[in-house]
Design a protein around this ligand. Structure first.
Ligand SMILES: [Zn+2]
Length: 76
């Protein structure tokens, strides 16, 4: 996957009303509240970056983190 499509994906997700986990979220927030608060503090803060400051990378990292969290939970 190229960086460009990742950026497009991050943008689409930001303006979507559905979180990665399937829950409803607020437009212009990266994730729903539950996902957001399950992120490490560092990643929560990174999501306040602008697109030019590395938002896409932070979002991608947060998404991977949440994906792993969900996998870990479902296997417990
Ligand atoms: Zn969520």
């Amino acid at each position: 996957m190229s960086d460009h499509s990742l950026e497009t994906e991050a943008w689409d997700q930001l303006f979507s009303t559905q979180c990665e986990c399937g829950s409803t979220k607020v437009k212009k927030q990266s994730f729903c509240r539950r996902c957001y608060f399950s992120l490490p503090r560092e990643l929560q803060q990174a999501l306040y970056r602008s697109f030019s400051e590395g938002y896409v990378e932070a979002w991608s990292e947060a998404r991977d983190y949440l994906k792993e969290e969900r996998t870990a939970r479902s296997h417990r």
